[in-house]
Design a protein around this ligand. Structure first.
Ligand code: SAM
Length: 283
């Protein structure tokens, strides 16, 4: 097993602090230091960034980020049982780890990271991971406050984020992520790497902001993709009728076939649809 610092092995930390994993908090701990180091390295340059980590738990990825040279890690952890273990890491890396106890869904990430360059890296709790990602990729300001996201999801979620048109996994998440971000799945992680092992394979996703997404109103794109994929088996002329009785004409005006289905439409197509429906006052 690789040694990355002088702190005790994670297994001992978990035992010493009684951190038996709680399912309700999505706790599957990653104890393999080779893997945590690989994820930390995948995030990009760390020396010049503050890293926002969600759910450090006993601190495996946190330690890898710090050992790899992160200027500072700001971590949000909901489970107070983890705080003493994290305090030991903060003591080992003076001034470089700040832990905030709370719910990442309720904490303003910009306020706690202090306005400099930020990367987000996390082994996300599965129950809030997708919502956090959506929050980060739908910030009103673009480019956003973060310069990269390096995130572990259930593989199925990773596939939806990275999905191309025509695939089963392609949906709202893929359109929003593909519109505003570049990147995709870097590698898979077997359930065996976690304690306790989850039921499914995980995937590490790396995204960077697309500096110039096709011009489109975010809320229009969200509403349009919700209508189109809400009834993904239907033709667009039927699924978009809820937005406008004139849907068929507007779809043609956007340069698309009213008989096409949502999963056949690429991101530029969705942008054209959202802009056309928006201009017609339908969104
Ligand atoms: N980073 C650790 C690792 O890789 O071993 C733990 C990852 S575990 C999948 C998810 C972590 O997120 C747990 O420590 C859990 O307590 C924490 N967590 C769950 N829900 C949270 C929330 N809403 N806000 C912040 N942390 C949360």
């Amino acid at each position: 097993m690789a040694q990355i610092d002088d702190l005790p092995p994670l297994r001992d930390v978990i035992a010493a602090h009684g951190l038996n994993a709680k399912k309700s908090l999505g706790q599957n701990f990653l104890l393999d230091l080779n893997l945590t180091s690989r994820i930390a390295r995948s995030a990009g340059s760390l020396e010049d960034h503050t890293i926002l980590e969600i759910g450090p738990g006993p601190g495996g990825l946190t330690r890898a980020l710090l050992a790899a040279g992160a200027k500072k890690v700001v971590a949000i952890e909901k489970d107070s049982r983890c705080l003493p273990a994290l305090a030991e890491i903060a003591y080992h890396y003076p001034g470089r780890l700040e832990v905030i106890e709370g719910d990442a869904l309720e904490i303003d990430p910009v306020a706690i990271t202090g306005g400099g360059k930020v990367r987000i890296a996390a082994n996300l709790p599965y129950n809030v991971g997708t919502q956090l990602l959506i929050n980060w990729i739908t910030t009103p300001d673009w480019p956003p406050f973060w310069s990269s996201l390096t995130l572990m999801f259930q593989k199925e979620v990773g596939e939806r984020i990275a999905a191309a048109p025509g695939s089963k996994a392609y949906g709202r998440l893929g359109v929003l992520a593909g519109w505003r971000c570049n990147g995709g799945i870097l590698f898979d992680i077997s359930p065996k790497a976690f304690t306790p092992p989850p039921k499914v394979t995980s995937a590490v996703v790396h995204l960077t902001p697309n500096p110039a997404p096709l011009p489109c109103n975010l809320s229009s794109l969200e509403k349009l993709t919700a209508a189109a994929f809400g009834q993904r088996r239907k033709m667009l002329r039927a699924s978009l009728k809820s937005l406008s009785p004139d849907a068929e004409r507007l779809i043609e005006k956007a340069g698309l076939k009213p008989t096409a289905r949502a999963e056949e439409i690429d991101i530029a197509g969705f942008v054209n649809l959202a802009n056309t429906f928006h201009a017609a006052g339908a969104l």
